[in-house]
Design a binder for this molecule. Sequence first.
Ligand code: SF4
Ligand code: SF4
Length: 705
Amino acid sequence: MERQFTEEIKSLKLGDGETFHGEGILAVTKALLQSGVSYVGGYQGAPVSHLLDVMVQARDYMDELGVHVEACTSEASAAAMLGASINYPARGAVTWKSIVGTNVAADALSYLASAGVMGGTLIVLGEDYGEGGVVAQERSHAFALKSLMWLLDPRPNLPTIVKMVERGFELSEASNTPVMMELRIRACHVRGRFPAKKNVAPAVSTRHKLDGPPKEFIYDRLAHPPATFRQEKLKADVRLPAARRFVLESKLNETFDGEEKELGIVVQGGLYNGLLLALKTLGLADAFGAARIPILALNCVYPLVPEEIAAFSRSKKAVLVLEEGQPEFIEQEIATFLRRADLPAKLHGKDCMHMAGEYNVESLVRGLTKFLAQHAPHLSTDSGSAWMSAIQRTKERAAELLGVLPMRPPTFCTGCPERPVFSAMKLVARDIGRPHVSMDVGCHCFGSFEPFSQGNTLLGYGMSLASAAGVSPMSSKRAVAIMGDGGFWHNGLLSGVASNLLNKGEGVLVIMKNGYASATGTQELLSSPPEDARMVAVGSSAAHADRTIESTLQGLGVKWLRTVNNYKVGEVAKVYKEAMQTDYKGLKVIVAEGECQLERQRRLRPAVSEKLKNGKRHVRVKYGVDEDTCTGDHSCIRLSGCPTLTVKDNPDPLRRDPVATVIDGCVGCGLCGENAHAAVLCPSFYRAEVVQNPTLWDRLIARLA
Ligand code: SF4
Ligand code: SF4
């Protein structure tokens, strides 16, 4: 795995009287243990990967406590795992990235929410919304509403996050309902501290096992008709009122007083820090968070409690609801509450703020200014206006000085094994034309950026082959689906391959077998190479001795199957061209094999530095460009896109075109040489061996050379 959590694991063991320091998401992990959680699962994805990663690495300690940890193969399996809390008083927690993960888990979640739970269940959602989000921009809130599951959105500070985990389990048990807790990217990575408590060994655990199924068979615990009809009534008539009572009595939401008593702001807990910064910018809050306008911070955004909203709004002239994204669920519900209670407070929200997209401080200052202009003209907002003007001036000045800057899209790591496959596809496209390419979720998505620009659709994790199913029969050229090994095991095997075989489909599937779920932090897969194979075969394709993907495909009935070494561009191009042109009717699968370079370097670097420290000889391969031979047409760069292959001024005063050059980050993957050969480029690339701690023999040979 990409990161070692040695220090964080120590923090998990802190007890009464000690202080936890660290990131929000790790505070959640500690809070789960303090809450006596019996089992934990999930599927990795930013920004919540660390929750599960740290638990997987702390397996020995989890065993001591009796906590079962499961690295699930998808969010659907994680959600279904919560079924353990339907019949037993066992607390369970799972995590994944939302909205995408919640979509995958939706089926199991509906059934879980219908049946209800006995043991507390908490679903920790990485709410990947707004600036920095990498998934479709939707909100988890919609799922909470449609299934009647409760949704916590804690203020981004560690004590509040920890309190919400602990209260979340209690809320779940008090209302027999699963609870979701959304954490935005910034909340996951916010740093802070909280007073730790001793971990609680769960009552039901791997150390204290259940002595069998429930004594009494209770049909109503199955989400199956006719029980589902009763369960729907229970949700509305029993569980919802119980949840509202708990939210109110446990004071999950927080009211902060302010001297402008006729005004009020209702804010999602997760936006609270941004709101305070905006108020401070407007001169309406101090540096310690005391604001002049009363605030109701919703750490629980669903269900809302009508009495609480009414109590906050009763004496107010106007209330502003700050709710990110669309539609405005909270604002609409508050409008209903105010109308039913016949309260006169004027309600604002999306009329002052934009509908779609993140609420950053700049937009909050703008929205608050609009709100205050209507209802508090006596409050000066000059400092906010001055701040906004300064930002505008800076932007204009920057545009003046820099002009239009080129896009800087993300790209593959230096030496990534997936880059050569796209080089090969680009080369073949020159001969046979560009096919329709269905992309998938994973590092290979970078192939959709320059210099490859391949990919026509992206429909979700493991969905590339399935999303080509409608295109293939209608295309004269075979459609190509790209899928990572992570996506293959997550959804691609069944949704893509099995479906294609069932329908006697056509097309070409390229599986990038880099060994791990790399894009989410190089977590292990069913087909990850065994630890000893990795150590023995560092840098060689033999590191992928595992053939689980190939044997699974053969077992399923795939007849046209080839495995290629990614870095051999010519070979990959040949096999790919064959797949595109063969007379064979049916699915053609190319398993493109090459270990994730990030993971390889992570493993290699400490071993190399240890070697060098001990004065041992080490040879590093590096590629270079002979600047006298380079023609300056940069075909190599257009075929590779490696960040260490770049340009520099031409040293020849008679030539103006910059020459290609390889800077120091080159990891010697060999793609440069392979591309030059496969694409018949100018012979300017050379392969060099950098010898560190050379022997006398090395020195002698070097001198002679
Ligand atoms: S993490 Fe691994 S697979 Fe992903 S871009 Fe980097 S080297 Fe390639
Ligand atoms: S050999 Fe070329 S593609 Fe590979 S790391 Fe070095 S510069 Fe990048």
